[in-house]
Each structure stands twice: as structure tokens, then as C-alpha cells.
Design a protein around this ligand. Structure first.
Ligand code: ADP
Length: 263
């Protein structure tokens, strides 16, 4: 091999204190990016220095959800990430041509992720969140290789079928020897006019994933929270102003802020 040194990833150095969480889900559309964006915003509001890597090749939704308006800039050999609401954000979507479909192969994703971690000037971060593509693909292995200290956060809906695929995503942690910090159930219920809860997607998925992963991994994987369906949560994502930093009157926001505190 041509003697090219592997780029240095600050977050994987032994003396680095940044907590790294990789947010995973079994399938798309369960709210992984919404959860990631709101956790990041809540942590930043708590005064933590937060960075987010949007590695969801199918989604690229984080910049919009966090209200990022500018592209990254280049200074010498470093990439400066744009900042939105005190959160530094880099997205794989910032480096692709708009509207053009890109077929990402494992090695390309690995290199992109490596670049995001080594060539982006993050400064000192308290927390780095990674929004992974859904599923159990190569990227999980890349994360484990590039960021051996990363802990997984698994997002699922209450639905049994979603829970099953989420378990597989979480069980990857066994092969890669990563810790699973916990499970977040999203879209748990919808509060109706009369105050009752309509369990649109059934119930029990989050607890089930937590229990199964606890059994598989042999260490406690808690259910960190259940986030209800709220129109305002979706609207906050669409308008780039995360609900956790814009209201005190939302159960979803309360739960997400509480999860952010626990991490
Ligand atoms: P993923 O990242 O898993 O593909 P997203 O975070 O993009 O999922 O969420 C999918 C859609 O569902 C988005 O339009 C988002 O705004 C919406 N959504 C996610 N969670 C909730 C929720 N708890 N209540 C209402 N809408 C939600």
C-alpha cells in the first residue's frame, strides 16, 4: 500500500472526552432524524457543545430540521461546519449535487464518514451525534471502526414489525462490541381531544427492543423515553426550529429534553 497515513480522528483518541452517540433504526420513517435533531438542540440549550453528523444517505434531513442555512466553508485543509442554534452540523447532503441520486457503496460511505470526522473542524465537543442510515448496513461497521467509543441509540416505533428490525440493528452492537445506551420509542401515541391516548402504531415496541437487547447483549439497555405523535414536532422539523427549544407546552418536547439530560 502506498504509505498514506490514516487520517487522525480526534474523537477516537484515548484522551478525547467527547461522548459519541450513533442514532440507529431498523427502518426509515420512524423518526430517527427528528429525535437526533431534538436531542442535539436540547443538549445545546443545556449549554453543551454539540456536533451532528448526518450520515443518513437516504435522508439528508438534519440540516433542514436544525435550520442550517449556510453551506460548510473551507479554510486551508479543514472544513468548517455551519452552525444552527449552537449546533455544528455536517451532512452528507452538503457534498452531493442537489436532486441527483447517488448510489453510495460501502467504501464511499466509509470514506465520507472518515472525512467528516477527521477533516471537519469540530473544536472541543461535549457530544457528537451521528444520524445513521436505517438498517444494519456497512455504515454501522464503519462507525465501530472509526469511533470505537461510540454508543448506539436505537429509535423504533411501538409497532412489532418495526421493533423486530430495530432489534437487528441493535444486535449489530454485539458483533462490533459497542455499547447500546438505550432505546427511544417514537410515535408512541396521539393525544386526542378528550385527552385519551390513541395508540396508532400499537404498543410495546420500545420496551420489547430494550428487553431483547438487554438479553442479547447481557447488559442493561433501558427504554429511555416514549415520544408521542405531535403535529408541532413535525412542524418544528419542517421549519428548522426544533420543538425542544421552542415550547414548554409539549409532552414530546418534555420527553426529548429528559432523554437529552440522561445521556
Ligand atoms: P427517519 O429519520 O427515521 O427516516 P424522520 O425523523 O425523517 O424519520 O421522520 C419521518 C416523518 O415523521 C417526518 O416528517 C417527521 O417530521 C415526522 N415525525 C417524526 N416523529 C414524529 C412525531 N413524534 N410526531 C409527529 N411527526 C413525527
Amino acid at each position: 500500500r502506498g504509505g498514506m497515513a490514516e487520517p487522525v480522528i480526534p474523537f477516537s483518541q484515548p484522551d478525547n472526552l467527547t461522548k459519541v452517540y450513533a442514532v440507529a433504526s431498523g427502518k426509515g420513517g420512524v423518526g430517527k432524524s427528528t429525535v437526533t435533531a431534538n436531542l442535539a438542540a436540547a443538549m445545546a440549550a443545556d449549554g453543551l457543545k454539540v456536533g451532528v453528523v448526518d450520515a443518513d444517505v437516504y435522508g439528508f434531513s438534519l440540516p433542514r430540521m436544525l435550520g442550517v442555512e449556510l453551506p460548510p466553508t473551507k479554510v486551508d485543509d479543514m472544513i468548517l461546519p455551519p452552525v444552527a442554534g449552537d449546533v455544528k452540523v455536517i451532512s452528507i447532503g452538503m457534498f452531493t449535487e442537489p436532486g441527483r441520486a447517488v448510489v453510495w457503496r460501502g467504501p464511499m460511505l466509509h470514506r465520507a464518514l472518515q472525512q467528516f470526522l477527521a477533516d471537519v473542524f469540530w473544536g472541543d465537543l461535549d457530544v457528537l451525534l451521528l444520524d445513521l442510515p436505517p438498517g444494519t448496513g456497512d455504515i454501522a461497521i464503519s462507525v465501530a471502526q472509526l469511533l470505537p467509543n461510540a454508543e448506539l441509540l436505537v429509535v423504533t416505533t411501538p409497532q412489532l414489525a418495526a421493533a423486530e428490525v430495530a432489534e437487528r440493528a441493535g444486535a449489530m452492537a454485539q458483533a462490533t462490541q459497542q455499547k447500546v445506551a438505550g432505546v427511544i420509542e417514537n410515535m408512541s401515541w396521539l393525544v386526542q381531544q378528550d385527552g385519551s391516548r390513541l395508540e396508532l402504531f400499537g404498543s410495546g415496541g420500545g420496551q420489547r427492543v430494550a428487553d431483547q437487547l438487554t438479553a442479547t447483549l447481557g447488559s442493561d439497555v433501558p427504554l429511555l423515553g416514549q415520544v408521542p405523535i405531535e403535529v408541532e414536532l413535525r412542524e418544528g422539523g419542517d421549519s428548522g426550529s426544533p420543538l425542544v427549544t421552542s415550547t414548554d407546552h409539549s409532552e414530546a418536547a418534555d420527553v426529548l429534553r429528559e432523554v437529552a439530560h440522561t445521556l
